[in-house]
Design a protein around this ligand. Sequence first.
Ligand SMILES: O=C(O)CCC(=O)C(=O)O
Ligand SMILES: [Fe+2]
Length: 353
Amino acid sequence: MPSLSKEHFDLYSAFHVPETHAWSSSHLHDHPIAGDGATIPVIDISDPDAASMVGGACRSWGVFYATSHGIPADLLHQVESHARRLFSLPLHRKLQTAPRDGSLSGYGRPPISAFFPKLMWSEGFTLAGHDDHLAVTSQLSPFDSLSFCEVMEAYRKEMKKLAGRLFRLLILSLGLEEEEMGQVGPLKELSQAADAIQLNSYPTCPEPERAIGMAAHTDSAFLTVLHQTDGAGGLQVLRDQDESGSARWVDVLPRPDCLVVNVGDLLHILSNGRFKSVRHRAVVNRADHRISAAYFIGPPAHMKVGSITKLVDMRTGPMYRPVTWPEYLGIRTRLFDKALDSVKFQEKELEKD
Ligand SMILES: O=C(O)CCC(=O)C(=O)O
Ligand SMILES: [Fe+2]
């Protein structure tokens, strides 16, 4: 069994934030938090104009709230309560499911932890693609792993359907015909797309101004669809400088019947930079134990993702070099938030006529 060092400090019984989890104020307050002015688009994805609204939101914000998403409310509640049940187990039992032998699935810190000197005020449980989730969770026995896995699998299936609807809207918003979707390699066979569920638990924090639930990052996949529990919220996205002001963190508070959809790095590449991979983070609070369930969808492992030909200016060529998802994750392991820039071709001079 992994040892319970101070590295595995139990967040649920903390009366203070230890040095291992205390972040510098310059890191936490790198940008101000936006006032009421900024509003993340809320889009009814069954609206006849949904494609242009979704496209507009992904260009301008890289994130939006989706309503009429079709995921049954009861399933969302079940995901939430199964996640709470899992995270409420004693730490030493959860650690028994830490990923090993090349599997990505199991309990642990947020995958981005390796890039930061301080630890985050959260814990996660990953259910990656086709790993054997039952084998992983049955190590938690007598935890009811069968019903946990059944609920998560039902969630994955519903989310994949939703991702298909979202891709269709995105493709149409780019001015491509529906029949042309077939030419957009990675989206052709959505059934073969790789996906993962990431359950995140953010326990209440005695000194939230010194801690961070999840540090700023972009997601690597095409799209992330996030369900968050009601309450104080915690997700924030970075809004770049615009006509309303300088760069700022904008709260993405829970809204009834809404899921949060955000663009990841590979969709940024696929759209030749039209859709914006958005930086985001999660802050913590004193009152609410927040749970979120992120669904990531990306291309099958062998598939190179490059910019859609129709979106490329033939004079300058594509903005990014094609990469597979595993290649890109390898680059992120070395370069983290410089990864997207590192696969960008240098700006080419436009040929003078
Ligand atoms: O919990 C959240 O609001 C954010 C989670 C997140 O960014 C992630 O899992 O990549
Ligand atoms: Fe994320």
